[in-house]
Design a protein around this ligand. Structure first.
Ligand code: ATP
Ligand code: PRP
Length: 222
C-alpha cells in the first residue's frame, strides 16, 4: 500500500532521514518496533515496520512539526531548533529524547570583533535559517540586527560578505573551524523531542502510550 491516512487503527510516525532517523531506531526497537525498510537505499516515503499498525513517513526535518500539527502523522521527532521556528502549535511535546544533541550559536569570521561591534551598538547583518530564534535572542540583548534568511550552508555567508554573523547549530565545531569562523556566543542547547498531535494523544492514547513509555525509558537510560 502506498498511501496512508491517519485513521484510528494506524499509528503514523514522521521522521527525517539521517541523524534523527538513525538515533530514533533504537528507541523504536525498545518499543518493539523495527523499521523494515531503509530510507537511505529506498526512494519510498512511507516505510513499513514489523507492526502492521505502525508506519513511518520520511519528511524534511523542518517539515516534521507540520505533518504532526495537521494530523497527517500522529507523532514525530524534531529538533528543538525546528520546533522553536515552527512555534509548536497543535503539538504536545512530552519527551526530550536526548538525541541529535548540539547547540545553537552565533559565529563570525575569525577576524571580526563581535564584542566591540555589540558594545558599540552596531547594526549587525545576521544570516540564519533560524530567524525566529535569532530575532528573539538579539532583541533580548538589545542588539539591532538585519536578518537574512538562508536555507542551509550558513557558514558561507560571512566568508563572502553576505553577513557579519550567522546563527546556526554547532556540534563538534568542525564546520566552523574548516571555514575559519569562530563561535562567539551560545544561544541554547539543542536536542530532539518527541512531538505528538494533540488530538491523536486523546483519540489513540491506548496505542500511543506504551510507545511513549518505551521512548521515555530508553531515552533516559544513558
Ligand atoms: P532540513 O533537511 O529540513 O533542512 P536539516 O538538514 O537541518 O533539515 P538534519 O541535518 O537531519 O536536518 O538535522 C536534524 C536535527 O538534528 C536538527 O534540527 C538539529 O536539531 C540536529 N542537528 C543538526 N546538526 C547537527 C549536528 N551537527 N550534530 C548533532 N545534531 C545536529
Ligand atoms: C549541521 C549544521 C552545521 C554542522 C555543525 O550541518 O548546519 O553546518 O552540522 O556540526 P559540526 O559542529 O559538528 O561541524 P549538517 O551536517 O546537518 O549538514 P546539513 O546542514 O547539510 O544537513
Amino acid at each position: 500500500m502506498n498511501t496512508t491516512e491517519s485513521d484510528g487503527s494506524q499509528l503514523i510516525l514522521a521522521l527525517s532521514k539521517g541523524r534523527i532517523f538513525d538515533d530514533t531506531l533504537p528507541l523504536l526497537e525498545a518499543a518493539g518496533i523495527t523499521v523494515t525498510e531503509n530510507p537511505e537505499t529506498s526512494r519510498k516515503l512511507i516505510l513499513n515496520t514489523n507492526d502492521p499498525g505502525v508506519r513511518v513517513l520520511i519528511v524534511r526535518a523542518t517539515d516534521v512539526p507540520t505533518y504532526v500539527q495537521h494530523g497527517a502523522a500522529d507523532f514525530g521527532v524534531a529538533g528543538k531548533d525546528v520546533l522553536l521556528e515552527h512555534g509548536g502549535e497543535g503539538l504536545y511535546q512530552p519527551i526530550d529524547l536526548h538525541i541529535a544533541e548540539c547547540r545553537m550559536s552565533v559565529a563570525v569570521n575569525a577576524g571580526f570583533d563581535y564584542e566591540t561591534a555589540v558594545r558599540q551598538g552596531a547594526r549587525l547583518r545576521v544570516a540564519t535559517k533560524f530567524v525566529n530564534t535569532a530575532r528573539q535572542h538579539f532583541a533580548s540583548k538589545g542588539v539591532h540586527v538585519d536578518l537574512i534568511k538562508l536555507y542551509g550552508s550558513m557558514e558561507l555567508a560571512p566568508l563572502v560578505g553576505l553577513s557579519d554573523a550567522i546563527v546556526d547549530v554547532v556540534s563538534t565545531g568542525g564546520t566552523l573551524r574548516a571555514n575559519n569562523l569562530v563561535e562567539v556566543e551560545k544561544i541554547m542547547d539543542i536536542s530532539s523531542r518527541l512531538v505528538v498531535n494533540q488530538a491523536a494523544l486523546k483519540l489513540k492514547r491506548e496505542r500511543l502510550q506504551p510507545i511513549l513509555d518505551a521512548f521515555q525509558r530508553a531515552s533516559s537510560k544513558g
